[in-house]
Design a protein around this ligand. Structure first.
Ligand code: Z5A
Length: 213
């Protein structure tokens, strides 16, 4: 490694918790304070695998539940060489949803354990920081109606939220931070920026870790 590596920073949370808003603000703020930073979002709907996922989410096609879980994971793995390259070049990656969404959403379906859902993502680049934007479904509902995509119902989102909580408890090797996402956009941003700056300093001389290994 010729330069200090970038940090892998992940934002997670239920629908309308503010992940995309905060990822964009964080990239901008990091750049303004002199860091290199880029945003990635999963699913990445631009790849061939991403297009299959997008069609499934938009209910234009149906896929068997195990199959779609593996596609979401494959959609992360296909980006790993590029992610590692950027991290090694010193670019901080701010990621809107990652393997934790993969586990929470599939395990919210009947018959799926957390363990089974975690397996395909074992060994992915390990985030240096996972910020879980915690928001009650009541407050989320005030931020607008659900969209028309698959999974966008309050019953399913409640199950997803429970699974996120269980995963967080089960996952002592990952640096999870819970963020109260019910505050104003600016207040949430300030906390996210402070935590991210700390994670960037802590990561710069460390090798990239492997998730759930
Ligand atoms: N999925 C999966 O099943 N398996 C996987 O492995 C992965 C994903 C990676 C992708 O949806 C779907 O795929 C998702 C999980 C599943 N399904 N669901 N549901 P997506 O990526 O296309 O979209 P999204 O992630 O669902 O977006 P979102 O969750 O709906 O939104 P968000 O990014 O959390 O929030 P936002 O867009 O930043 O903000 C939403 C609104 O709230 C907007 O009007 C903001 O201005 C407002 N907002 C934001 N923050 C605040 C605060 N603090 N106060 C007031 N208003 C706010």
């Amino acid at each position: 490694m010729t330069c200090r590596r970038g940090a892998l920073i992940v934002l997670e949370g239920v629908d309308r918790a503010g992940k995309t808003t905060q990822c964009k603000m964080l990239v901008q703020a990091l750049e303004q304070s002199g860091h290199q930073a880029e945003m990635i979002r999963f699913p990445d709907r631009t790849t061939k695998i991403g297009q299959l996922i997008s069609s499934y989410l938009e209910k234009r096609s149906n896929l068997e539940d195990h199959t779609v879980h593996l596609l979401f994971s494959a959609n992360r793995w296909e980006l790993v060489p590029l992610m590692k390259q950027k991290l090694e070049q010193g670019i901080n990656l701010v990621v809107d949803r990652y393997a934790f969404s993969g586990v929470a959403f599939t395990s919210a379906k009947p018959g799926f354990s957390l363990d089974w859902c975690m397996h395909p993502d074992v060994g992915l680049p390990k985030p240096d920081l996972v910020m879980y934007l915690q928001l009650s479904l009541n407050v989320a509902s005030k931020r607008g109606e659900f969209g028309a995509e698959r999974y966008e119902t309050s019953v399913f989102q409640r199950a997803v939220q429970k699974r996120f909580e269980q995963l967080k408890e089960k996952d002592p090797l990952v640096n999870w931070k819970v963020i109260d996402a019910a505050r104003s956009i600016e207040e949430v941003h300030r906390e996210i920026k402070i935590l991210s700056e700390k994670a960037i300093s802590a990561a710069e001389n460390q090798p990239i870790g492997e998730l759930w290994k």
